[in-house]
Each structure stands twice: as structure tokens, then as C-alpha cells.
Design a binder for this molecule. Sequence first.
Ligand code: 5GP
Ligand code: MG
Length: 500
Amino acid sequence: MCGVFGVYNSKTPAEDTFYGLYSLQHRGQEAAGIVVAEYDENKHKTIYRQHKGMGLVAEVFKDPAIFKKLPGHAAIGHNRYSTTGASKSTSNIQPFSLTYRSGNLAIAHNGNLTNSRTLRKELTERGIIFQASSDTEIIPHLAALSKEKEPVHQIYHALRQVKGAFSLVILANDQLIAARDPYGVRPLALGKTTDPDTGDAIFYVASETCAFDILSVDYVRDIEPGEILLIDKTSIRTHKPISLYLPPSKRKARCIFEYVYFARPDSLVFTHSVDKIRRNLGKNLARESMVEPSNDDKHQIVVSVPDSSNTAALGFVRESNKICRPARFEHGLIRNHYVGRTFIQPGKQSREIKVRSKYNIIRGVLQDRQIVVIDDSIVRGTTAKMLIKLIREANPKEIHLHISSAPITNPCFYGMDFPTKGQLLTYLFADTKDHDEEVEKIREYIGVDSLKYLSLQGMLNSAPRFENETQSYCTACFTGDYPISMDDATTDKEEYDNEE
Ligand code: 5GP
Ligand code: MG
């Protein structure tokens, strides 16, 4: 997974992109980069400059002198997600930029292409040289090979050939292009402010709207699935970018996991409030829950696994009380904010240590209580198993683990960093005869008094409906039903493993 950001017609595009990426840090912590475009009036040419590096945005851009070297009117930026066990090659840091017959091009991508192997093979056979192993680099090469004259048409031509998930920000000479695949798998939003001196529009594009909030930019709308939006000099005068559209699909495949876990709750994603949908997930989980509060202590203590399940836990408590199952929200787990996401560490041992260094218990809150622990998802199962062990140290009366999503049974080929099937917890219990038996086995493995996953229908009921679509969401990681053809799909992880 990744975060992308773009800005057009700002006097400080590098700084804006820095703040945008800073708000999108949760979408990728492995590397960050910014490419800035500066139009040279005398030479009628656009010059690109860039700064990229491994690590968090604030680390990569910690020297203020960097921004002095990045003047211009437009910029794009990218946060790269850490893929477990991935090669930490710096050549994969985005945005990628290149020079070709029509000028300069730079690209940043959130998503994953599913026909990249075939395309890469074809291109390599035609003599194309690749600098990185990432699927993204295929797009500028296809654009460069296009017979079209205008960069936006070249991009259109390229995007008709690729399959999979893509939310893109592209610099093409002095222009900014934003594009989203016809299934709309990953989010991409358009924002705008007005330059107080000139009255001209300044446009912004970002994976999530929290990147607009930090810059006091207004959210305008989403880049639509299949839309290729061109922002250039004309758009800043007319305040209206123009669009081309890829062949539409009635079936959409917005990633439901963006709502479950990935996006920040203060963002709008797919035009809707993540906070609201995450509360709905908690609410529906409470409706599906079977745990009655024990008699001697009428209140259940509901504890969230901070921070990712805080919002779902609030929805859960509210709904529990509404349906006369008294519950009280408590902070029973404390998170150390200086530890990165648990996923990052390779190898099981260090992941376990990381869970312990990330969370601690408040004994007084948990002791002798009936506790419902809410988490948003179980992927490998490490977090849940370790956390429950930790909570047991406080001697609670009962521990009930409630998950605000369905069991994850399949890897993601569209950009989420889900491991191969064999690394998912559910794989251990793949030979069980039905869902109930599988959940029972997982319950035993994790060591809780009861385990409840939100049903797939409960998840879908929590998310907004979109009209005139046969289906709106991708739920492949829960169902194995992959909406976009997977000619030669690999997960990011497999791609890297082959390379190593
Ligand atoms: P597990 O230990 O089961 O592999 O991970 C589950 C925990 O990681 C949950 O608490 C959830 O909040 C978080 N999580 C779920 N999906 C992802 C993901 O794609 N990336 C990261 N870094 N964490 C995730
Ligand atoms: Mg979590």
C-alpha cells in the first residue's frame, strides 16, 4: 500500500507535498519521495527536480535546505508501504521520473497491476530497459511508446493496456494528471484552494482527504473510477480540470479494507467518512455479538486495540447499550506511539517482541472483568495471540475477542500488503468443515473465551451504497472472489521474493 499526493499551481509545491505526505504517513513508512516541476519561461521547458529516500517522511525531508532546492509550480509525492521481507532497494522509491521524446514524465502509484509480468516481458523483449522491479515503471514506458502526441493521450493509451488497481498522480512536463482504474480500487480525491493574490485555482490530489485538511484545502470530489483528470494552465483559469475516461465498468471494486483498517478515520474515502463507516462496523458487530454481560458485573468492559480499532469500539459500545447489553468503553491497553506498525518487522520472533513493545496493559482496568476486546482484523494472528497473552497477565474474568471484519482467507493482489495464503492465520485451519468450526479452532489457538468475526454481510451493510453498480466493493481477501482479471498477478511480496 502507498499514499500519493499531487499539487498544481502552488508557489510552494514541495512544502505542500511534504505536508500532504506527512498526513498520509500511515499509508506507507518504507520510503518517501517528491518530484517538483518548474517551468522555465525562457527555454519553454519544464525542469524536474527530486528528493527521495528510505524511511519516514519527516526523516527523508528533515533538512530544510532540501526545499530550497525544489522550486516550481507543481509536484507529486509518494509514501511507500513496507512489504515484509521485501528487498529494500532504493531503485523502487517513487515517484519515478524519466525523460523521453515528449519531455519529462514522473509518476507515483498506489495499487498493484495484475498483468505486469506479461507487459514487462513484452517490453523487455522490445528492448526497454527497466530500472526498478516495481510494476509502476511499466506505465511511463507504455506512454513513451504510444504514437499519440499529447502526454495525456499517451497516458490514456498506456492505461488502456494495464490491468489491476491504480490510483496515480503524474507530472507530464508542466501538467498534472490524476488517474484511477475503472474499478476504483484505491481512493483518490481532488482538492482546491484559491491563490489569494491572483484568484487562480490551486489544485491538489491525494489518497485521502486528511492530506487536504493539514493544508486547509477544500475537498472538491473524488477522481472517479476510470477517470483521467488533466490539470494544466487552462484549468487554473477556468477552475475546471478536464477529463478523459477509460472504458467504464458497472462492477466497481472499492477496497473495503480501506474502511476496516487502512485509511485514517478523519478522512473521506470513496466520498464517505471513514469514521462513520468504522463506527457502523462496530455497531453491526455488536448486533451480531452473542456475549451477554455476566450477572455479577452488569457492565462489560470494552477495550479497543489502539489506535486502529478505537472507532469501531465506540460504535460497538453505543450499539450494545442501545440493545440493552450494557457496555462501558475503557482504556485497558496503552500503545507506545514511537513503535511502527507491527507488520514491518520480518521474522516471527521480532514481530512478537514488537507487539509487546507496542502495547501494554492497565492491570487495574482489566482485572476480574469480563472484557470484550475489539480489533479491526486478524491477518497473521500474531497481534491477537500476543495481546491476549498479555491481557491474561492482568487476570481478567473472561476475554471475548470481537473482530470488526470477516476472516481474511486470501491474499490481496491489488495493493494491500497481505501475505501469501500460507501466512494467513486462517490457512492453519483451512481444512475445517465450516465457518463455525474454523472460528472455534482459531478461538482455541488464540486462547479466548469467545471469538466473533463480523460477517461479510455485516461489513457490506456498514459501508455506503452506490447507485447503478452491480457491485461496489472488493471483498476478495475475505471471499477469494477477485473482481479484476488476474492474468499473472503477484502480491508485492511474491514479486520481491522472486527477485531476491
Ligand atoms: P496480525 O498480527 O494478525 O498479522 O495483524 C493484525 C493487526 O495488524 C491488527 O491489529 C490490525 O489493526 C493490523 N493490520 C491489519 N491489516 C494491516 C496491514 O495491512 N498493515 C499493517 N501494518 N497492519 C495491519
Ligand atoms: Mg491494530
